[in-house]
Design a protein. Structure first.
Ligand code: BDR
Ligand code: CA
Length: 313
């Protein structure tokens, strides 16, 4: 099994991503760390604890991470996930049956990386602040990381500004440290691909019929779905973070191409943007493995199977 840590800011799609990881026997979810992002840290942490309770895994440690970006304040939170981070439905989840881990997120990640006999895959699906802090504080632990599977960035533009995708925009300095400077093996799952992997409202309804847990998870989606309807005219939604978890669970389910990247940290309309260096002359051995394609039906089938697995346990 693949040892895994998820760093998250739940978040409607984060909720589905956590569920996919819990439902996947290929991985051993060692810990969950929380970060500010879609909403404030108190809410993302509470949502993570409630979700792990819902999923029957309150034994997995949930540790609290960064409350704000490394250098500059986050201009505002997301509008897509509702005031509570879960479309206004966070209160439909059970009260947490576990407390947050006494360790902070960086310390929990450090302890898990040190204790794991195998290098660990880390899946950051929120702002990259905790990961930047981990790499800054414990550079020698890089070799204990099998790879990062990061959900973030947009090649053809963004979703929170014209240039920037939300997770990179929240903390561009942290993103630059992690994606550009550290050279940790990284698969980057950008919103270009996650949007192509969008699921329909009918798909969600079927997941909802599969089990009580499936119904609770789908019960978190209405406002988020409505935002896709309103802004893009879709009858469905992107499940960005769950696509990254799919790649962590089934390495290679996403096809990748290696490119060096940059993250725009200057103030201006490009702040938080991802720059993919596609010049012919750039070295081919450095950079990130950017997820560029997948078998869309197979990917959706995989997510459906895992999100529907809670009924058959
Ligand atoms: C990313 O931003 C957040 O709103 C989602 O949870 C996802 O991690 C998509 O841009
Ligand atoms: Ca997220």
């Amino acid at each position: 099994t693949i040892p895994l840590i998820i760093d998250t800011d739940p978040g409607v799609d984060d909720a589905l991503a956590l569920a996919v990881a819990v439902a996947s026997p290929e991985v051993d979810l060692l810990g969950v760390t929380t970060v500010f992002g879609n909403v404030g840290l108190d809410k993302t942490t509470r949502n993570a604890l409630r979700l792990m309770t819902l999923l029957g895994r309150d034994d997995i440690p949930v540790a609290v991470g960064a409350e704000r970006p490394l250098v500059h304040p986050q201009p505002h939170v997301s509008r897509a996930h509702g005031a509570d981070g879960l479309s206004g439905f966070a209160d439909t989840l059970p009260e947490p049956t576990a407390e947050p881990d006494p360790r902070d997120a960086v310390t929990l990640m450090k302890d898990l990386l040190e204790a794991s006999p195998e290098p660990v895959t880390i899946v950051p699906i929120g702002p990259l602040t905790n990961i930047a802090l981990l790499l800054a504080a414990h550079p020698r632990l890089k070799e204990r990381i099998a790879r990062l599977v990061v959900m973030g960035g947009g090649i053809r533009g963004g979703n929170i500004t014209a240039a920037a995708e939300f997770n990179l925009w929240c903390d561009p300095e942290a993103a630059r440290r992690v994606l550009v400077e550290e050279q940790v093996p990284t698969t980057l799952v950008t919103m270009d691909l996650t949007k192509r992997c969008a699921v329909s409202s009918e798909w969600l309804q079927e997941v909802g019929k599969s089990s009580e847990i499936g119904a609770k998870l789908v019960g978190l989606t209405p406002d988020y779905l409505a935002a896709y309807q309103r802004f893009l005219g879709w009858d469905g939604m992107a499940v960005h973070d769950a696509v990254a978890v799919a790649e962590a669970v089934k390495p290679g389910i996403l096809a990748t191409q290696r490119f060096p990247v940059e993250v725009e940290c200057a103030f201006g309309p490009g702040r938080g943007g991802l720059l993919v260096d596609e010049r012919l002359e750039t070295p081919k051995d450095i950079g990130l493995d950017i997820a560029v394609d997948t078998d869309l039906d197979a990917l959706r089938g995989f997510l459906f199977e895992r999100l529907s697995a809670f009924g058959v346990r």
